[in-house]
Design a protein. Structure first.
Length: 86
């Protein structure tokens, strides 16, 4: 029975790691998008005449951050599925 307990501990640690990885990816994306929004808002307040350009750039940057976070979450789910299948 000792071998089964070791296998279960490894499975639990792997699942915990995948969950923590997904959580960190979401937290990082939230912070990144928040910083982009803050910078865009400050830029638009300082130079209202180019607010449209700032808004477009901020939207593109937010999409890049969101894409990176989605990629990280997909990788953690793949790790989780690999642990469960293996």
């Amino acid at each position: 029975m000792m071998l089964q307990e070791v296998a279960n501990a490894g499975l639990n640690n792997g699942l915990l790691g995948a969950g923590v990885g997904a959580g960190l990816a979401v937290i990082g994306a939230g912070l990144g998008i928040g910083m982009i929004g803050r910078g865009a808002t400050e830029g638009m307040a300082r130079q209202p005449e180019i607010a449209g350009q700032i808004q477009t750039a901020a939207l593109i940057l937010a999409a890049f951050v969101e894409g990176a976070a989605l990629f990280a979450i997909v990788v953690t789910f793949m790790i989780q599925q690999g642990i469960l299948a293996g």
